[in-house]
Each structure stands twice: as structure tokens, then as C-alpha cells.
Design a protein around this ligand. Sequence first.
Ligand code: PGA
Length: 250
Amino acid sequence: MRQPLVAGNWKLNGSLASTRELLAGIKAGLEGVTNAEVAVCPPYILIPEAQAQLTGSPIAWGGQNLSSETGGAFTGEIAASMLLDFGCKYVLVGHSERRTLYGEDNALVAKKFAVAREAGLVPILCVGETLEERQQGITEEIVGGQLAAVIDQEGVAALGDAVVAYEPVWAIGTGMTASPEQAQAVHAFIRAQVAQHDVGIADGLRILYGGSMKPGNAAELMAQNDIDGGLIGGAALKADDFLAICKAAN
Ligand code: PGA
């Protein structure tokens, strides 16, 4: 059985004060959520606050990005070892906003994935197609290529201690969610692609859905066979909404 994971991607949101309030709210409301794993990914500078509040709780935390380098003259970057130092378990790799706004291509994403794993972090590899790509009927080609970039470079075994998040770009922050059937089809495709290399790893791989997941649609999405949790943006910024999704996963 794959343990569901609900991870909050806070993006560029929050202050020290709002982070304290949000974390306290999540912690207080999580009682009874014992079957699903819960994690939050705050902006880098708020990670120490997450560590201070969440150490000893069942909630994990992680980064939204990391450098592909391990150290040196790379102004403004954060290394995997630094995230680990502050207790991070997870790190998002290849989020579509990184790919489109910061020009991260498949090769760079694969390198970040490798660096994260080498340091002992669990990468959450984000994949997904744009609306144009879906309309052109090339969703599988795009998602398959994003996945293959990592498998080809790192070997399929690397997915044994990683998580994949399918996030259709057209559903992120738009309020337009993929239907459970649309999402399930791509999740099944991802698992089948991994199974071509290793059936055991494919069976154990957690594949999260992300893109306007909210309390009203979470249960239906996560009821699908190949959807093992969610990567939550907007709804992760309100304790009540995030908790409702965690409970749906549970
Ligand atoms: P959203 O973001 O839930 O606000 O659509 C999801 C994500 O980008 O990870």
C-alpha cells in the first residue's frame, strides 16, 4: 500500500507572523490524520520557523527548489545540504513555475533531482503539460519526456525513494482542475512508464496530483487508483482548507 502524501507548496507567500499562525493551525487540526503523510514547503527563509514549530510533530517540511550545485560561487542559490541541515525531508524539483519562469529544462531538473537524492532529500519531481500541449494531444509525450529525462540519467531505481507530482500547467492556480478521469489517465500512464523499467518501483511510487486541488474536489481525485495524494498551492495557505484535504487523503 502506498501511503498518501499531502504536501503544501506555499510558493512566494507568507510572512514570519502568518507562517507561525498557519503552522500552529495545521498542527492543531491534524489529530486523527494518521494514514496520510503531511508536509509543507515554505519559502527558504521560513524553513527554520517550520523546523522550530514542526520538530517532534508528524508534519514534514521541505524546500520548493534547490541549486543544482553543491557549493561555491553561485550567488543567491541554496544547496541541498543546507536544506538538510534545517531538517528538510522533501524538495520540489521541476515545478512548472521553475520550468517556465526560470527556464529550467529537463536536463537541469534531472541534475537537481540527482543532487537532492545524493544529499539525502526526497525529491518531488513535478511534471505536467501546458494547455496547448494537451490540445495538441501530446500530453503523454511531454510528461513522458520529463520523466524519461530523470530515468535515463539516474536510472529507474532513483524513483524508489522519490515522489512524482503530476501537475497539469493549465490547472495550476487557475481554479480549473483536471477531472478525476483526466488526472487518473495521466497518473496511470506515468506508472506504466516506470513499470516498463521496474514493476516493483512503479507499484511503490507515490504519484501526487497538483493543480487547483481543494477541499471540494480532493476526495474524488484521491479516490482514483493511481492518485496517491496532492501537491497543494493556494489551498495550502489556509489551515482549514489544507486540513480538509489532509483528511480526505487520510
Ligand atoms: P494550486 O498550485 O493548488 O494553487 O493550483 C499547485 C502547485 O503549483 O503546486
